[in-house]
Design a protein around this ligand. Structure first.
Ligand code: SF4
Length: 237
């Protein structure tokens, strides 16, 4: 593994980390960037796997959840269960940048149906964007097998202002994550058994049908595949 004191050569880092385990990638991240490290977790299987791994590597690392106000009640209950089960010490909840009443008055609570990009911007993207200054490593649970838009992600990606996005599960499959949950006695999101393969806000998530991609139940029928938090930053040239 490259020395954490050496200047970051992203190609060399990624060549080296491609064969590393997620735990090794998390350890490398903490050694290189602590304490300016966060994990974003929406309490799907990927985020829960990483929260469990990160707690073992760096128990004081921040785990960040964006509470849009539109989550399934099952997700919020599952969040409580997982935080307690793992014993997360530094759990951070972010909220929409506009109070709910003002949002309802100005845009209507059905904005997701008319302008989902604006809805995501107010409730999800902007809260995170405002939280990111000072963060040097943003760990997240994206995997290459989640669909066409994620096929090329690398273990570590550089963005402007010294921020790095770290994808420890880039080379894992959905099956790997479920196997990890089972092996470590971690609870499963209750909606998974009802056919929800990827779970976001309730109005914008439906179960997937046989043969569909994992994320096809998100914003189904709309020309939208990402909420925007993974496209809000410009990759470093
Ligand atoms: S996922 Fe849907 S409900 Fe949630 S913030 Fe985006 S558009 Fe709004």
């Amino acid at each position: 593994m490259p020395s954490v004191r050496a200047a970051l050569d992203l190609d060399a880092v990624n060549r080296d980390l491609e064969a590393a385990t997620p735990q090794q990638i998390l350890t490398w991240t903490w050694q290189h960037f602590h304490p300016d490290v966060i994990l974003t977790c929406s309490f799907q299987q990927d985020g829960v796997v990483l929260a469990h791994m990160l707690h073992a590597v760096a128990p004081d690392a921040r785990v960040v959840f964006i509470n849009t106000g539109f989550h399934f009640p099952e997700t919020l209950a599952y969040r409580e269960e997982v935080v307690r089960h793992i014993g997360l010490r530094h759990f951070v909840e972010l909220y929409p940048v506009m109070p709910r009443d003002e949002f309802a008055q100005r845009h209507g609570l059905d904005l997701y149906a008319r302008d989902p990009d604006l809805c995501c911007q107010i409730n999800k993207v902007e809260p995170l964007r405002r939280y990111l200054p000072g963060v040097r490593a943003w760990i997240n649970g994206r995997r290459r097998d989640q669909g066409a838009t994620r096929q090329d992600i690398r273990a570590v990606e550089a963005y402007q202002d010294g921020l790095h996005k770290v994808n420890p599960l880039a080379s894992w499959t959905a099956r790997d994550t479920f196997y990890y949950l089972e092996r470590h006695g971690l609870p499963m999101h209750p909606l998974f058994e009802q056919g929800y393969a990827s779970i976001g806000c309730a109005p914008c998530t439906r179960p997937v049908l046989p043969g569909e991609e994992e994320r096809s139940g998100r914003w189904a029928g709309q020309n939208k595949t990402e909420c925007g938090i993974h496209t809000l930053l410009e990759p470093k040239a």
